[in-house]
Design a protein around this ligand. Structure first.
Ligand code: ADP
Ligand code: MG
Length: 251
């Protein structure tokens, strides 16, 4: 089933950069869809479009439609706060709040008015487990999150997004600053997440794309070159440009 339908999306920044050109892409529920390709391809621009974070940048012109559950979220009438709750995002550099581990997880819910201790405790445990970090922190939830390692902080950031019960999770190179063991833990978490959520990942390498992708889209300079099941795309790409990139001929 398609959770997100992107139709003829073009985005231009105010300096004239055309960062996405007429992209059409359908994204499935309960799967990991990977957006990969060299820097400057428009991957982050596309992710930011899905939760309207581009509203905060210098986008001068956009056209096309992005339907999430059938509603065009680019419509000016969209409730952006509700959208961002439904479409959570994890960035390349973990930014934990200057609070305890627990505080990082309950912050968003408390802001939304939740005060019941049992609900908050349940959210903390559920999201830490989903983010594959519960075992490492359950006995020190009141310690400052900032004292954790970078890999642990990144999983706290993922858990913080999960605590708000989004439906779609966007991850923009979430393991680019992490060691291989932490990277493995984040990738393991993705396998759990896709049982329940729509997951869209910009991987930090072609290898990671190959390991994680149920579906993969190759972006080059604002163009969607090829989109297919991960297995097919990484073993028998249809386009020469895709093949050249995944075999390391450029990028
Ligand atoms: N805020 C911005 N203002 C102007 N140009 C931008 C901005 N963000 C990205 N771009 C340009 O848009 C293009 C796509 O960038 P981006 O979406 O970050 O690609 P990727 O994530 O694939 O590296 C690049 O040419 C980049 O320089
Ligand atoms: Mg990017």
């Amino acid at each position: 089933m398609y959770k997100i339908i992107i139709e003829n999306l073009s985005i231009q920044y105010s300096d004239g950069t055309e960062s996405l050109r007429n992209i059409s892409l359908n994204i499935r529920d309960k799967a990991v869809t990977v957006l990969f390709g060299p820097a400057g391809g428009g991957k982050s621009t596309l992710l930011r479009c899905l939760n309207r974070l581009n509203d905060l940048t210098e986008v001068s012109n956009s056209s096309g439609r992005v339907l999430i559950d059938g509603e065009n979220i680019l419509d000016p009438k969209t409730d952006v706060i509700a959208l961002r709750r439904k479409v959570g995002m994890v960035f390349a550099r973990p930014v934990v709040l200057p609070l305890s581990i627990r505080g990082n997880l309950t912050y968003g819910l408390e802001l939304a008015g939740e005060t019941r201790r049992s609900v908050l405790d349940e959210a903390v445990e559920r999201s830490l487990k989903l983010a594959a970090i519960w075992d490492e922190v359950h006995d020190r939830l009141d310690d400052p999150a900032i004292a954790l390692s970078g890999g642990q902080q990144q999983r706290i950031c993922l858990a913080r997004v999960l605590a708000l019960q989004p439906e779609i999770i966007l991850l923009d190179e979430p393991t680019s600053g992490l060691d291989p063991i932490s990277t493995g833990k984040v990738e393991a978490a993705l396998i759990e997440l896709k049982k329940e959520y729509t997951v869209i990942l910009v991987p930090h390498s072609v290898q990671q794309a190959g390991r994680t992708a149920d579906h993969a889209a190759f972006f080059l300079q604002g163009e969607l070159v090829e989109y297919d099941e991960g297995k097919k795309l990484f073993t028998a790409p249809k386009e020469k440009r895709t093949e050249d990139y995944i075999t390391g001929r450029f990028g």
